[in-house]
Design a binder for this molecule. Sequence first.
Ligand SMILES: Cc1ncc(COP(=O)(O)O)c(C=O)c1O
Length: 396
Amino acid sequence: MTGMTSSARPLLNRRLAEFGTTIFAEMSALALQTGSINLGQGFPDTDGPEEVREAAVRALRDGRGNQYPPGPGVPELRTAVAAHQERRYGLAYDPDSEVLVTAGATEAIAAALLALVEPGDEVVALEPYYDSYAACIAMAGGTRVPVTLRPHFDGGARFRLDLDELRAAVTDRTRLLLINTPHNPTGTVLTREELTAIAELAVERDLLVITDEVYEHLVFDEAEHLPLATFPGMRERTVSIGSAGKTFSFTGWKVGWITAAPGLVSAVRSAKQFLTYVSSGPFQYAVAEALALPDSYFTAFRDDMLAKRDLLATGLAEAGFEVFKPAGTYFITTDIRPLGESDGFAFCRALPERAGVVAIPNAVFYDHREAGAPFVRFAFCKQTAVLQEAVKRLKS
Ligand SMILES: Cc1ncc(COP(=O)(O)O)c(C=O)c1O
């Protein structure tokens, strides 16, 4: 198959034509070919807690979740998600009507957009964005309206949301705001002031909000993760998305969830039931146990990532990059212009040969490619020795 039929009509439908292949596939292949250290894709190279793995084994052996689990997710996990939201944020959700388990955050994003967006609706999203947002908005027939996070250098390099730009992006056709905090790839954690403004805008213009908070437990220094649903007027209009992949380092299990008001959960479930219907049976039981781990687990996990962030950030700065030290997530965005480079694509394609390290050009996360051209993303969710070796290679 060549991608064309005899009538010369492309096989891939028009809505998805621009999303043919991802940079991740190309870069991972390059990593293999060149024996490079892959700091491109964001997955940990160490598995999560042993007791959580054991919980999955127990569930498998006990025959829990080996057949289709209930559509909304197993009650144990829905209860654990609700308890987690209550314990961490004081947000009370009813496990039966206000929690829905999904195949990772990826399915939560897809199902929420497919459920809530009509063709022609505009979806305002923070650019650069996680790559599935654009594809899912397109599948829903929506129009994406990017609001670009821009670099600022006062009091440390950081990407910031321009609230006037956000307000100006909302039109009479806007259906929802798609927010991500902590933000991949910039590492920005939206502040109380920014979230207050987003909430006020959503209430004023009567917008729905989808908020992707999969990095909620990876927040560093003075930054604080504030769920959008805790702001006035937001609980009833917000679909909040979480994932066990990032918090417990089991990205292959694909266990995610949404919390939202009953009407929103019911709408998202309508779309979700025809995507996967259900997934990850035994893992759902294990993640229920993981969410109940003591605070010490979450603190130790964050501290470990913080040390890794500092190792890689220092190394990248010493190698000559401008580093946007992330307040959250496990990604570091850098500016390559101090190295005399300006094209992140060309830089990332050459880096495996030059230095034996793979990174991702941030431009792939932008509609305004030029706005992202000089930025390159490195993941630091890797073993310390791997990061040390990467730093050594980058410096030489
Ligand atoms: C911002 C963001 N949302 C969602 C996901 C996907 O999460 P999951 O693996 O749970 O589908 C990722 C994974 O990298 C992400 O970075």
